[in-house]
Design a protein around this ligand. Structure first.
Ligand code: LMR
Length: 321
């Protein structure tokens, strides 16, 4: 069987990590694209040279011409700039909106059959821009955020509970911003919901509240530490988990920014919800019951995404900034 082709648009820190993980997991041949000459070529060659040591077979090509992404099965988009300390993801709207618009047009031209995963921030709006510009069906355009936010939530919980991350499930819904909604009621250790663990004394309510807030601030915490960029290991791992589910038709249930068509009372927006990812792309949106408080938080997050899309539209029409 011919190897699949994975195109990585953006050869920065996340792009390089994505390429390495795609190789280690033998997901297919990798093309790294970037507008900066030499960088995608250098990173590709470097990773290819690690393949005899790691024992994987895959071709790695670096390119500065979009033609190189032709026929890709999966495209993962990290192009654009990361925020700096003190900035919000939303501050990147204008600049990254233009970049993602260009990438969307290139995908439409060179690989309209691809499954596209967007990582660029502000995520929920950038994935919406990608869908508009690429014209790809909504089930083949998704945003990577929920897997990352949920992984952070799981990690913090496992650390506090003193158990393996493998035995903690958790997920985060809503937009990938300050209004994201870590769902305590749907998070478990060995199947025991967190509220019961509080009752049993495994974790205090105060500690749990602090973890929920730390999860919301997870991206900013890393930006504050790195000072010159944002997180890249965990974001890359999250996107690769999504790509793998698509390429291997695993039908994983993963929280992703997916276009809603009436689910959760939302239409036409991309927002983080649990979805089934298989060979058909986003095969199903999983609707879970939200209580009054959770629904209010989710609605607030949806409003924030909607407001940002309105701003994006104004920028696109040249009305502001
Ligand atoms: C993250 O959550 O790590 C990314 O969205 C990057 C950022 O700016 O926080």
């Amino acid at each position: 069987m011919a190897r699949k082709k994975i195109a990585l648009v953006g050869a920065g820190n996340i792009g390089g990590t994505l390429a390495l993980l795609a190789g280690l997991k033998q997901l297919g041949d990798v093309v790294m694209f970037d507008i900066v000459e030499g960088v995608p070529q250098g990173k590709s060659l470097d990773i290819a040279q690690s393949s005899p040591i790691e024992g994987f077979d895959a071709a790695f090509v670096g390119a500065n011409d979009y033609a190189a992404i032709k026929g890709a099965d999966v495209v993962i988009v990290t192009a654009g700039i990361p925020r700096k300390p003190g900035m919000s993801r939303d501050d990147l709207l204008g600049i990254n909106g233009k970049v993602v618009s260009t990438v969307g047009k290139a995908i439409k031209k060179h690989c309209p059959k691809a499954f596209v995963i967007v990582i660029t921030n502000p995520l929920d709006v950038m994935v919406w821009v990608m869908r508009e510009e690429s014209g790809l069906p909504a089930e083949r355009v998704v945003g990577m955020a929920g897997v990352l936010d949920s992984a952070r939530f799981r990690y913090f919980l496992a650390e506090a509970l003193g158990v393996s991350v493998q035995d903690v499930t958790a997920f985060v819904m809503g937009g990938h911003g300050d209004t994201m909604v870590p769902l305590v009621r749907y998070s478990t250790m060995a199947g025991i919901p967190l509220p019961d663990l509080v009752k049993k004394g495994w974790i205090s309510q105060e500690k749990l509240d602090a973890i929920v807030q730390r999860t919301r601030d997870g991206g900013a915490e890393i930006v504050g530490l790195l000072k010159t960029g944002s997180a890249f290991y965990a974001p890359a791992a999250a996107a690769i988990e999504m790509a793998e589910s698509y390429l291997l038709d695993k039908k994983r249930v993963l929280p992703c920014a997916a276009q809603l068509n009436g689910e959760y009372g939302v239409t036409g927006l991309y927002v983080g919800v649990p979805v089934v990812i298989g060979a058909g792309g986003v095969e199903r949106v999983v609707e879970i019951d939200l209580n009054k408080t959770e629904k209010a938080l989710f609605d607030k997050s949806v409003s924030a995404v909607r407001g940002l899309i309105d701003e994006m539209r104004k920028i696109q029409r040249g009305v502001t900034k």
